[in-house]
Design a protein around this ligand. Structure first.
Ligand SMILES: Nc1nc2c([nH]c(=O)n2[C@H]2C[C@H](O)[C@@H](COP(=O)(O)OP(=O)(O)OP(=O)(O)O)O2)c(=O)[nH]1
Length: 169
């Protein structure tokens, strides 16, 4: 089975990234409310990282991203991450190590992405929303990647002294 990669629209190209790397940004930043998102960067013993495709029916369906989702009321980033990764990919994570925080201004929403590295988990991977999964290294082979995923690839490139394009497209 080979799924056609989705078209990249002008809106995707316009999606605006802002590196924040602090928790200082107010909950209403600019004119639009901010949606808090917990994102897991799972790294295995071979230093590969896990990407999953966004399921049908969500915005950016078919795009590749790091697994995660929106915080529910009263949740911390770590709690939301633990819940989302269990619900969506079937695993129970160990410690979540806060890494970087960025804002993304999409046509559909303004989101604050709280990226956490995760090195330990238990359970079998089970794509419970019909996603696909891929263990990746640089350069990433899965296309297209979500605009808000690209900065993570840049951080890996810096950490790993990787030169060249981090992904295609
Ligand atoms: N999971 C994840 N989301 C990302 C990444 N980069 C990025 O811009 N996003 C954006 C896309 C979405 O606007 C938002 C995540 O929301 P979502 O719709 O996937 O969250 P969810 O699973 O809670 O969805 P739902 O319950 O509303 O269906 O964050 C990434 O690497 N991983």
């Amino acid at each position: 089975m080979s799924a056609q990669p989705p078209e990249i629209s002008d809106a995707d190209r316009r999606a605006h990234t802002e590196i924040v790397d602090s928790e200082d940004a107010p909950s209403h930043y600019g004119e639009r409310p901010i949606t808090e998102v917990a994102v897991g960067v799972l790294v295995d013993a071979q230093q590969r990282f896990l990407l999953t495709s966004r399921p049908a029916g969500k915005v950016y369906a078919g795009y590749w991203e790091f697994p995660g989702g929106k915080l529910e009321a009263g949740e911390t980033v770590e709690q939301a991450l633990r819940r989302e990764l269990h619900e969506e990919i079937g695993i129970t994570i160990g410690a979540a190590h806060a890494w970087h925080v960025i804002m993304m201004d999409y046509p559909h929403a303004r989101v604050r992405l709280n990226f956490c590295k995760v090195f330990e988990w238990t359970g079998e991977f089970e794509m419970r929303e019909g996603q696909r999964m891929a263990w990746e290294t640089l350069p990433v082979q899965s296309v297209p990647v979500l605009p808000g995923t690209i900065p993570v690839l840049e951080w890996f490139a810096q950490e790993r002294a990787f030169a060249g394009a981090t992904h295609s497209g």
